[in-house]
Unconditional design. Sequence first.
Length: 257
Amino acid sequence: MSRRSPGPLFPLAGGLLLLAIAGPTVALLLAVPPGAALAAFASEGAREALRVSLIASSCATLVASLLGIPAGYWLAHRSPAWRAAALFVLALPLAFPPVASGIILLHVAGTRSPVGGWLAAHGFPLVDSLAGVALAEFFVAGSFVAIAACAAFGALDPLPEQAARTLGASEWRVFARIALPAAAGNVLAGVAFAWLRAIGEYGATSILAYHPTSMPVAVYVALSARGVAPALALCYGFVVLAALVLVLQWVLRKRVV
């Protein structure tokens, strides 16, 4: 039996959506030669901003993974009511305006707050520091890992885990030897997306830790000081980075590696 044509409305909607989403990115790639993007990243300021972003986002993602993967496994085995409540709380920072997230963090970790003041007095300030950049990125992106891990573990067939427990395996052994390898593709895809979200964070970072300059802040500074063209050259790097991470996500989900 031949498939019925969906009619012109559906492909038209899909085409307009793709045009609206992909059009600006294609315009950027056409406007900025690859050589200009490489030249922009060759400057000392851009290299230092890239270094800050790579270190801070990697630290934020590492902490999010160390906490979020076991937490996601735990949530996947809780009752639906408890799981829904926990996921609601975890999703809240994802819905906050980024600037609001920065103001919240400044209230909690600023030098006038009890926690931030104590840390600053003991030589570990969070405002305008690399640790502050990492904290801001963790707050806005860390939940992605736990949410993705919860979904990945929840989608697994429970029979192998139940059989292992029946045979006397500890919960840690069930997690490490059965659940984590089976869910690794989707979990790692969530980790990759969290890292991409962290390295691109501007709003919360600019409030809590404008210095040292991260890449998103460097893009804003370039726009303010030198105009659109230099900022576009730096944006080119984010497009390439996003494309690479999305390809990596696809590979992990398809279990090509």
